[in-house]
Write a protein that binds this ligand. Structure first.
Ligand SMILES: [Zn+2]
Length: 618
């Protein structure tokens, strides 16, 4: 996308050198052409020491209504410093099955600013006792609304064992959340700063990134944006420089053991970096991204960057797996048997499509991942599984086992009955609740809406939300408004919100008047007025074997069927529209002599196998 290149303004450190003497007003810092914050980052990777020597030159605007007299920076890498960090205290030093075996951390060694004389001397990281993932920097000269400041930092990043998407494992290096980054300033003048908890944790403004890397010459670099330089450097190093405009973050990976596979989706370059020898898998993943990026681009608004990079980490770097950054996603880890294992390949597809969906939610529609993680994880889970379902059309499992399996049904199995609302901040869930509450239930809620009111309408509604808040920072009220527009006024309050909060959408079949009257009718009933909103069908199978599908309209809480004596069986919601009923065993009624449905046991087993797969999900 040529526009992206044009919009980038290269930051030269030289124009930020002006500094006021103590007590004097701050020198004016010019606004960049794009009007966005500017991060010029440089990093030299010293693999033997697992060290990155970095610098950041930041030009930043006060976009709030009040003067700013302090800055808040995220120092995420300090989550891995010692046992006192909030991250280690909350997760016990392990996340998604990966444990922290070697600590790491980030140290700011120099800091200069147009608005502070010796900022490092007044910087504090002890905002939360024991945790050093935030830094508060007092300014000597307040920055009025609309004005710009400069901030220059030099830092040493000691990479931990790969954990929560950052670190080093032998010669594989994952640099996510790796540089000092300003917290997002809200309109009211406060910084949305928070300690690093570990999952669904980021929230940032859009900025233009200029990334200069120096790595040993035999390393392969996976980085997003436009590569503007690739040249040899002294001491057996090579230099690469990337520009990524209008993005909320920038991350990169480097390794000796990665090979690059290239493809295109129109003007967008797709690059898959996978362990050497995994080219068939890399090719398959590149084709998946080609298809996915076209579909999501046409539905949710164009993908905004010139390249999309996918990193498939080696198995030993599992801690880097399943993560999204603007223009760069990390898929599922690869082991020697991945190519031979159809379940592992399905897992790769599901994870890659989930991470691709994140390019829209929340990389482009940049909601607050900390406080409203459902807006990124919930939406990405539905979008990813929907794309996977479109591509598989249930055929993969049909071919494998002769039984059609539904990815959404698969993720339904094992959903705990008592689950907190899906609208809470990520760090308020217990570990076992997080996946079901933030990924599974929202995906099931959205899929139920798709099956009840049509898939195109849900895509159009999500597109309305994504396009209205592209490069913006929407909240839950914006999602509710989008669904009220896409369906009808009050839809969110009546359907989406209760579904996400965990309302029971249960149905059951009962024999009204059983035991007293042989001619009594079979009755389909709903658990609550909330459940009555779903338009469903009930199937009756007459004694003759004739099947009849009866509409059970939205708003009616009961449906009277034929008397049991006239039926071979009946089934509520045979099309499986309602995925929010936690007990389907009371939705079927079958005469004693009727044959059981085929494949019932195998289907159940496969559902459990699928549920296991989902439990490992991104
Ligand atoms: Zn995710």
């Amino acid at each position: 996308m040529a526009g992206v290149v044009v919009l980038v303004t290269a930051l030269s450190a030289g124009n930020l050198r002006a500094r006021a003497a103590p007590g004097e007003p701050a020198p004016p810092v010019p606004a960049p052409e794009s009007g966005r914050d500017q991060y010029a980052l440089s990093a030299r990777l010293l693999p033997e020491q697992r060290l990155v020597l970095g610098s950041a030159t930041i030009r930043w605007q006060n976009r709030s209504r009040r003067p700013v007299d302090e800055l808040w920076l995220h120092l995420y890498a300090n989550a891995f410093k010692d046992a006192r960090s909030v991250f280690v205290r909350e997760h016990g030093g392990s996340l998604r099955g990966t444990s922290l075996t070697r600590p790491g951390g980030i140290e700011i060694v120099q800091m200069r600013s147009s608005h502070a004389d010796n900022p490092l001397a007044r910087a504090r990281t002890d905002v939360v006792a024991g945790d050093a993932t935030q830094m508060k920097v007092a300014l000597d000269r307040a920055l009025p609304p609309g004005d710009w400041l400069s901030l220059e930092l030099e830092f040493r990043l000691q990479l931990p064992s790969i954990m929560a998407r950052m670190g080093a494992e032998r010669d594989f290096f994952m640099l996510g959340q790796w540089f000092p980054k300003l917290a997002k300033l809200e309109q009211g003048g406060h910084f949305a700063s928070f300690p690093y908890h570990g999952l669904a944790e980021f929230y940032a403004d859009f900025a233009d990134y200029d990334l200069s890397l120096e790595v040993p010459a035999d390393f392969v670099v996976a980085a997003p944006g436009d590569m503007v330089d690739d040249s040899p450097a002294a001491g057996g190093f090579r230099k690469q420089r990337y520009r990524l405009a209008n993005a909320i973050d920038i991350a990169w990976a480097a390794s000796r053991g990665l090979a690059r596979t290239h493809a295109r989706a129109g003007a967008i370059g797709i690059e898959v970096f996978a362990p050497v020898g995994q080219q068939p898998l890399a090719r398959e993943q590149a084709e998946l991204l080609q298809d996915g990026i076209r579909k999501l681009g046409s539905r949710l608004g164009p993908y905004p960057y010139s390249r999309l990079v996918l990193v498939l980490p080696p198995e030993r770097a599992r801690g880097a797996a399943g993560m999204e950054y603007p223009g760069l996603i990390v898929g599922w880890p690869v082991s020697w048997h991945t190519a031979l294992n159809p379940i592992a390949r399905a897992m790769h597809r599901v994870v890659t499509l989930h991470e691709l969906a994140h390019q829209w939610f929340a990389m482009l529609v940049a909601s607050d991942e900390v406080n409203t993680p459902v807006l990124d994880e919930g939406l990405a889970q539905w979008v990813g599984l929907s794309l996977a379902a479109e591509i598989y059309d249930r055929a993969l499992f049909q071919r494998l086992f002769g039984v059609p399996i539904d990815l959404f049904e698969g993720s339904r199995v094992g959903l705990p009955a008592a689950l907190p609302s899906s609208l809470q901040p990520a760090h308020t869930y217990r570990p076992a609740e997080l996946g079901p509450a933030l990924y599974v239930r929202p995906a099931l809620a959205l899929e139920t809406i798709a099956r009840c009111w049509g898939r195109p309408r849900l895509w159009a509604t999500l597109a309305g939300y994504a396009r209205a808040h592209r490069f913006g920072h929407p909240g839950l009220s914006d999602l509710w408004a989008a669904f009220d527009r896409g369906y009808w006024p009050g839809f969110s309050a009546r359907v989406l919100r209760p579904a996400l909060e965990g309302a029971a959408f249960s149905t059951r079949l009962e024999n009204a008047g059983a035991g007293r009257d042989a001619q009594s009718a079979l009755l389909a009933s709903r658990s609550s007025a909330v459940a009555a909103v779903l338009p469903l069908h009930v199937e009756q199978i007459a004694s003759s074997g004739a099947r009849q599908l009866v509409a059970w309209a939205s708003g009616s809480d009961r449906l009277v069927l034929l008397p049991p004596s006239a039926l071979r069986g009946a089934s509520i919601d045979p099309e499986r529209r309602n995925l929010l009923d936690d007990d389907r065993s009371d939705d079927q009624s079958r005469a004693r002599d009727a044959p059981p449905p085929p494949h019932a046991l195998l289907a159940r087993l496969l559902l459990w196998a699928q549920a296991l797969l989902m439990a490992l999900g991104p």
